[in-house]
Design a protein around this ligand. Structure first.
Ligand code: FE2
Length: 309
């Protein structure tokens, strides 16, 4: 196994000269991408990014195609501030959001994410980040049979989509919003097209189950990553409508148990780094390599996000 102690994670780029991050990031795109490839996540600190329009300009300056929230199958309730920028998650401050690759529980996910701190929290509220390739290396060394099982079987995810948006839940987006439909018939057609099974519940909510999705991926450069939503599903989907032991299963429908997840949870905790936000910070994350989450917080924390196709 490689020793990763020498790799700074996340990488930090500090303003030196210009404080206009939008023009700096466009002019230095190749260097930024090189750093991102090496570190998986880059924190830009000390630049002048006062508000969400300035953040939008930074993402535009970087120059890749937007991945609109409306088209995603994300289960989080979000509010768009510009076509590119939205609130990261409306879940209440005391709710921890555990590590995940953005939208890895669906067949449609962004390749990169930008985060921006508009208001730093009074306490807590860091964004934990974890290298998924490093996690997989450790798992292969310690529990190769578990890795083989995830790799062979893949995973399926299930959750309840309420009839109306429920901002009190980390996963409260309604089925109408999630699927961009107005009627049950249109919802069913969309789910079939995506390969989902589904059940309608008595209160008008919908329980879809994803097709088998890979739990482990090999990236074009050969790196292998633990690309899935297992940690967030296992540790976090404990809100009013989701039972965590039933929210994920192996691709053949058999249950995932503590024995499969203990090492995953323990090692990911060990190798996680925290981004402790300062106002104006911007973070760029490679969604295929790095998982992210949200620590509980006190105060008014406002972290915005933007996704890239
Ligand atoms: Fe996320």
């Amino acid at each position: 196994m490689q020793d990763h102690a020498s790799t700074s994670f996340p990488a930090v780029v500090t303003a030196n000269g210009t404080r206009d991050l939008a023009s700096w990031i466009g002019a230095n795109r190749a260097a930024v991408d090189e750093t991102l490839k090496d570190a998986g996540a880059v924190l830009f600190r000390g630049f002048d990014v006062p508000g969400h329009d300035d953040f939008d300009a930074v993402v535009a300056g970087y120059g890749d195609e937007n991945f609109p929230y409306a088209e995603s199958l994300s289960n989080a309730v979000r509010v768009n501030l510009t076509p590119r920028v939205f609130t990261a998650n409306e879940a209440p401050p005391e709710t921890a959001i555990f590590l995940h690759h953005e939208m890895a529980q669906t067949p449609i996910y962004p390749s990169k994410l930008f985060f921006y701190c508009a208001i730093a929290p009074d306490g807590g509220g860091a964004t934990p980040v974890c290298r998924s390739d490093w996690l997989l290396e450790r798992l292969e060394a310690e529990v190769p049979d578990v890795v083989a099982k995830f790799e062979t079987l893949g995973v399926r995810y299930t959750n309840v989509m309420p009839a109306e948006n429920d901002a009190g839940s980390g996963q409260g987006r309604s089925w109408k919003s999630t699927l961009s439909v107005e009627t049950r018939e249109a919802a069913e057609a969309r789910l079939k097209e995506l390969g989902y099974d589904f059940v309608w519940l008595e209160d008008g909510s919908l329980r879809p189950t994803s097709p088998r999705l890979d739990a482990i991926r090999t990236l074009p450069d050969g790196r292998r990553v633990f690309f899935n939503q297992l940690i967030a599903a296992w540790r976090g989907w404990k809100d009013r409508s989701n039972n965590p032991s039933k929210s994920v299963m192996f691709g053949d429908g058999s249950p995932i148990e503590d024995a499969h997840m203990d090492a995953v949870v323990r090692i990911s905790d060990e190798i996680t780094a925290d981004v402790a936000w300062q106002q104006g910070d911007v973070v760029l994350v490679d969604n295929f390599v790095v998982m992210h989450g949200r620590r509980p917080f006190q105060g008014k924390r406002r972290v915005l996000a933007s996704l890239i196709k």
